[in-house]
Design a protein around this ligand. Structure first.
Ligand code: AMP
Ligand code: TRP
Length: 329
């Protein structure tokens, strides 16, 4: 069975972008691959954060992922910093990748702009740690959102450089995208992201989500209720595509184009379809909160399993690099 690896930062509860852009796909793929999902706390500390919140954020993410349908048996969900091999392999990879390759990463450039006071070494090295995450488990499949493609390409580049210098050791992995690799935010202008304040959280209440939807822009050309609209120009319709069954969607398209349905009604229908997806996730989450202790135990034993796999890869890499602590002279 091929190995799948993916990572997610502990930035608090998940939003629709995370779910439809990535997590929903992971839930499906976990049945077809040996699946590892890492809560990447070492990545998260590359921007300023409050140490007092970190553990809570990590555990909350684990609960969110299980609530979305990640299977405790099928998937090895673990906390990155509990497996020292990630940092070990990062250091080895640091010696094969030129700095210039890292400086041209768009995510580095964006984050450096946003965090001018803290452009630290870890921020530049972020994609190398990501490559180490993936290659430590020799994963071939990496399901992510569109924003991560450049990092996956760099991972392949690192594998190629390592292999050509030291002999074939690592596979060249492939990014797997979902059908919706980029979910727009409620502002209709940027991709959905916690930091842009335009996200709909999976655990938000009906009232809170309704107040976000009620204020959201629709097709800008549809000014009056009697104007016909174009669903393809409407951000609200982009969410219908995610959650509303095809037949009902056809009805909405027709209604919008003939001004038969108003934007408020269309948004109410969206709320209903959204909760067909969010309702069960929220229910599972409220049960999982009561099982925190058990979840922590699972994370601990998964980390133990990962340490074993990681150790083998590190020994192999060291051997190839001539670092094996067995004297041969
Ligand atoms: P992050 O929370 O940035 O660690 O992202 C976790 C996963 O969700 C990654 O695979 C991202 O590519 C994906 N993701 C985050 N935001 C979006 C979005 N707005 N649309 C699609 N995928 C997203
Ligand atoms: N950088 C990824 C993100 O922000 C998270 C991540 C870290 C990751 N390590 C990974 C994703 C390894 C895939 C594989 O979404």
């Amino acid at each position: 069975m091929k190995t799948l690896f993916t990572g997610i930062q502990p930035t608090g509860s998940l939003h629709l972008g995370n779910y439809f852009g990535a997590v929903k796909n992971w839930v499906k793929l976990q049945h077809n691959f040996e699946t590892y999902i890492s809560i990447v706390d070492l990545h998260a500390i590359t921007i300023l954060y409050n140490p007092k919140d970190m553990q809570k954020r990590i555990l909350d993410l684990a609960l969110n992922l299980y609530a979305c349908g990640i299977d405790k048996e099928k998937t090895t969900l673990f906390v990155q910093s509990e497996v020292p091999g990630h940092a070990d392999l990062t250091w080895m990879f640091n010696t094969v990748i030129p700095i210039g390759e890292l400086e041209r990463m768009t995510q580095f450039k964006d984050k450096a702009k946003q965090n001018k006071k803290n452009v630290n070494m870890g921020l530049l090295d972020y994609p190398v740690l990501q490559a180490a995450d993936i290659l430590l488990y020799k994963a071939g499949i990496v399901p992510v959102g569109e924003d991560q493609i450049q990092h996956i390409e760099l991972t392949r580049e690192i594998a190629r450089r390592f292999n050509s210098r030291y002999g074939k050791t690592f596979p060249e992995c492939e990014a797997y995208l979902t059908e919706t690799p980029r979910v727009m935010g409620i502002d209709g202008e940027n991709k959905m992201s916690k930091s842009k304040n335009n996200a709909i959280g999976l655990l938000e209440s009906r009232d809170d989500i309704w107040s976000k939807l009620a204020g959201a822009k629709t097709d800008p050309a549809r000014i009056r209720r009697s104007d016909a609209g174009d669903p393809e120009k409407c951000n609200i319709f982009s969410y219908h595509k995610l959650v509303t069954p095809e037949e009902e969607r056809e009805e909405i398209i027709h209604g919008c184009k003939t001004a038969g349905i108003g934007c408020v009604d269309c948004k109410k229908r969206l709320l209903k379809s959204l909760f067909n997806v969010l309702g069960p996730i929220q229910e599972r989450y409220s049960k999982l909160i009561l099982e925190k202790k058990e979840i922590i135990e699972i994370l601990e034993s998964n980390a133990e399993k990962c340490r074993k796999v990681a150790k083998n890869t590190i020994i192999e890499a060291k051997e190839k690099m001539g670092l094996k602590p067995v004297w041969k002279i």
